[in-house]
Design a protein around this ligand. Structure first.
Ligand code: NAD
Length: 495
């Protein structure tokens, strides 16, 4: 097989002189600084985008304040209709968006089509449904009447205002859609700041949002480095930040937000997610479980499994079968539909993984499979399996965010629980067993925002998602996101 042909609309989009998306149109940035967007599969520069300036930030915030006034007064049904039309437009432009996403991130074209576009459309429709269902409560006040007067009270859920959505590079389209949909369905306006590595799809989606009927200023897109995100968070004209990214950046964003004027912050951060196999899991199911948890999208998923705990009696055959399975993967171009394993998303990330492999070797961890990075222009990294010596090994403690599964054997369930929970993080975990009673006893003991049983990584818009401990603050999806994007107003009436 060979690479699919790029659509003419994709090559035409790449050739554009890219600007920012402010107040319903593409505008030139006031900044002379440009950032190259590089294809991680071959190292070629795809396009240049603006590193937005403070003047651009001011324009975007002014537009978003105006956009908020209009959008927050739009009826819930009208808001839902716009989001539903945008979902249709995502699907109508599926191939163009998927190709752009694969070019900028190195993600397999099949994953770009299925997750970045189709799943994003599914999430949008789910969120659109909430626009017409956001309600407060009626409350009977508790204190007695003093002189025969009566009281009644109710609560309102009001949109929080101008949201800043800061997006990482791993799912540049889908994560941006989660933020955009959460803000717009609750009546907020939003300024999206994509990752400097993957800004292209969002510039295109902003155009589609206008085509879907979104009024000017309800959505603005500013490209640029982290400094643009910081300027937006500390701006007095923004009210909330919804951030997805690494733990250190998330902590910095949270500090900026609190220091600005208690700007509300939802932080969806990384982790070091544990995967536990009890001894009853058949070998073939365990191998597929490791692939699902650790190697989907080359492990560049915040919820991916990174620490794998296997009963001592089962670990050797599992490592052997896993190595054999990984050795069969077809590694190559992400635009080739037969490729099963592509590059990681950028050079700094590839280099970081190379350094982690060197650390693992220096510490005496055993590299069972892979453990090398490519030396060509593309950002290729071997799918890698490591057997740690002790729970203190770096690879069992530091997030790799790559195609690296690190294993440690355990002997008892108490030891397993201790190992799983001995981490500052708590985004996700999975437990693999056919023993229902054991699973039900272990579930309450495992510290994670999301715990999967006999599965890993599948996110559903109806199921709340977010981290505990140092993996974040707040929840996305379900009805939980409503608390994050609205303020609760209490109204009390005497009569
Ligand atoms: P990152 O933290 O380096 O960057 C994320 C975004 O923050 C980028 O847009 C960047 O430009 C911006 N940024 C950088 N400094 C900033 C600052 N001081 N103020 C405001 N914005 C700033 O993360 P990344 O490398 O793009 O993504 C990988 C990380 O994201 C991993 O740690 C992964 O676990 C995490 N992640 C978490 C989730 C989740 O839902 N919990 C989902 C995806 C990725």
């Amino acid at each position: 097989m060979s690479d699919i042909s790029l659509l003419p609309s994709v090559t035409a989009f790449l050739a554009r002189d890219h600007g920012l998306y402010i107040h319903g149109e593409t505008v030139a940035s006031q900044s002379a600084t440009r950032i190259a967007v590089v294809n991680p599969a071959n190292g070629e520069t795809l396009a240049q985008v603006a590193d937005a300036s403070q003047v651009d930030v001011e324009r975007a915030v002014a537009s978003s304040r105006e956009g908020f006034q209009a959008w927050s007064r739009t009826s819930p049904a009208a808001r839902a209709s716009v989001l539903l039309r945008l979902a249709d437009l995502l699907e109508a432009n599926r191939e163009e968006l998927a190709q752009l996403e694969t070019l900028q991130s190195g993600k397999l074209i099949g994953i770009a089509r299925a997750f970045e576009v189709e799943q994003a459309a599914h999430f949008l429709r789910y969120y659109a449904g909430w626009a017409t269902k956001i309600t407060g409560q009626t409350i009977t006040p508790s204190l007695p009447s003093f002189a025969g007067e009566r009281y009644s009270a109710y609560t309102l859920r009001e949109p929080i205002g101008v949201v800043v959505g800061i997006v990482p590079w791993n799912f540049a389209t889908m994560i941006a859609i989660w933020k955009l949909a959460s803000a717009l369905t609750t009546g907020c306006s939003i300024i999206l700041k994509p990752s400097e590595f993957t800004p292209l799809t969002l510039l295109r989606i902003a155009e589609l949002a206008s085509e879907a009927g979104l009024p000017a200023g309800a959505l603005n897109v500013l490209t640029g480095a982290g400094t643009v995100g910081k300027a937006l968070v500390e701006h007095p004209g923004t009210d909330k930040v919804s951030f997805t990214g690494s733990v250190p950046t998330g902590i910095a964003v949270g500090q900026t937000a609190m220091g600005a004027k208690l700007t509300r912050a939802t932080l969806e951060l990384g982790g070091k997610n544990a995967v536990a196999f009890l001894p009853d899991v058949p070998l073939d199911k365990a191998v597929e479980g490791v692939i699902e948890a650790g190697f989907l999208h080359s492990g560049q998923i915040c919820a991916a499994g990174e620490r794998f705990y296997v009963h001592r009696t089962r670990i050797e055959p599992l490592l052997e079968a896993l190595s054999e399975r990984l050795g069969q993967l077809k590694i190559g171009s992400p635009l080739d539909e037969s490729t099963q394993f592509g590059p990681v998303a950028n050079k700094p990330h590839q280099r970081k993984l190379g350094e982690l492999f060197a650390t693992a070797r220096a510490e005496g961890s055993q590299i069972i499979h892979g453990g090398r990075i490519g030396d060509g222009p593309g950002c290729f990294v071997d799918p890698t399996v490591i057997l740690a010596r002790s729970p203190n090994d770096t690879l069992l403690n530091q997030e790799t965010f790559g195609p690296v599964a690190t294993f440690l054997p355990y002997d008892t369930e108490d030891e397993l629980l201790h190992l799983m929970n001995a981490t500052p993080y708590g985004l996700s975990a999975s437990l693999w067993t056919n023993d229902l009673a054991k699973a039900m006893r272990l579930i309450p003991e495992i510290q994670a925002g999301t715990l999967w049983v006999n599965m890993h990584t599948l996110l559903d818009p109806a199921v709340p998602f977010g981290g505990i401990k140092a993996s974040g603050i707040g929840r996305e999806f379900g009805s939980a996101f409503i608390d994050e994007f609205t303020e609760l107003k209490s109204v009390m009436i005497r009569y």
